[in-house]
Design a protein around this ligand. Structure first.
Ligand SMILES: [Fe+2]
Length: 311
């Protein structure tokens, strides 16, 4: 699919309880590159393969969790068009001026009925991945530190009103529903996995009574070997692991769920299938989420933490 609207996840601003511990985790253990600090004390990081200035912003706060998750759109005209569509739909938007985040252009921010703040932006300074654009090497030994994910891949958010959230992403922002899981009664979607591209998902939501919660931020690895290596690095650094290494039935991605020092869950992930516009939505019953292997295909069980532990 030619992507002409929202093109991909761009950045997440994450609250951490202790900034130095957060920096150690995301820079030294996960292996992201620190690319800046601003006058609000926020720290900016990117994955080595990413070309834009930053994909993760850490902010020290009294509670862990997600401040906002942002998508990059094709260009400034697209930003204006989507801002208009959101307002027409009835969602108020706020314009955050260029420069409020380092090396980042104007952002359009709105709040979903799930309580999450989502942003759209068109411009961020390109700093490259260190490999150049002419006859580039396939990887960069000097840049690959720690777990060394390629990019911020997606997030899973927990909050109320998932049906409304689905409508906004599909009808206003042009996303496609790829998979869904049903409530125990089977009469509504409990979980939705959505793509703006032909990745298996760019964002996902699960119905939850408390608004604005983060289940996990996910970072992409290139192979199953790298997922196992990530497990080794987590163990060597005493990173608490939630689930895995295993494979999700949902999205078919190979995964580890683990927690940063503030209790924010993160995922190291690889795989998943390619989605085209004629894809037929895959459905998981509530039993399928657990016994059917939707969450953990190897163990076929619904780990309690999946439904209860969020920040
Ligand atoms: Fe994930």
């Amino acid at each position: 699919m030619a992507m002409t609207g929202v093109i991909r996840p761009g950045h997440a601003q994450l609250r951490v309880l202790n900034l130095e511990e957060g920096i150690h985790h995301y820079r030294d253990v996960l292996g992201m590159q620190e690319t800046g600090r601003d006058d609000q004390g926020r720290v900016y990081l990117k994955c080595w393969e990413e070309h834009d200035h930053s994909s993760l912003v850490l902010r020290e706060a009294d509670s862990a969790g997600l401040d906002f998750f942002a998508f990059k759109v094709l260009d400034k005209a697209t930003l204006d068009r989507l801002d208009g569509r959101l307002r027409e739909y009835g969602l108020p938007t706020e314009r955050i001026p260029a420069g409020e985040m380092l090396e980042t252009g104007e952002r359009v921010r709105f709040t979903l009925p799930s309580g999450h703040q989502i942003e759209l932006y068109a411009e961020k300074t390109r700093v490259g991945n260190g490999l150049g654009h002419v006859n580039p090497n396939p990887w960069n030994a000097a840049a690959e530190k720690g777990i060394a994910p390629l990019r911020l891949d997606h997030c899973l958010l927990y909050g109320p009103n998932v049906a409304k959230v689905q409508e906004i992403f599909e009808k206003v922002l042009g996303f496609q529903l790829v998979e869904r899981s049903l409530t125990p009664e089977g009469d509504a979607n409990m979980g939705i996995w959505l793509t703006c591209s032909n990745k298996v998902h760019d964002i996902a939501f699960v119905e939850y009574p408390e608004p604005g919660k983060l289940h996990h931020l996910s970072f992409l690895l290139s192979s199953w070997d790298k997922v196992l290596r990530a497990a080794d690095i987590m163990s060597m650094n005493s990173v608490p692991v939630d689930i895995g290494p295993t494979r999700h039935g949902i999205t078919q991605g190979a995964t580890i769920y683990a927690w940063d020092p503030s209790g924010n869950r993160f995922e190291t992930f690889m795989g998943g299938y390619t989605v085209y516009p004629d894809h037929e939505v895959l459905t998981w019953t509530f039993e399928g989420l657990g016994e059917g292997g939707g969450l953990d295909f190897a163990q076929r069980k619904l780990h309690e933490s999946f439904l209860t532990v969020v920040t």
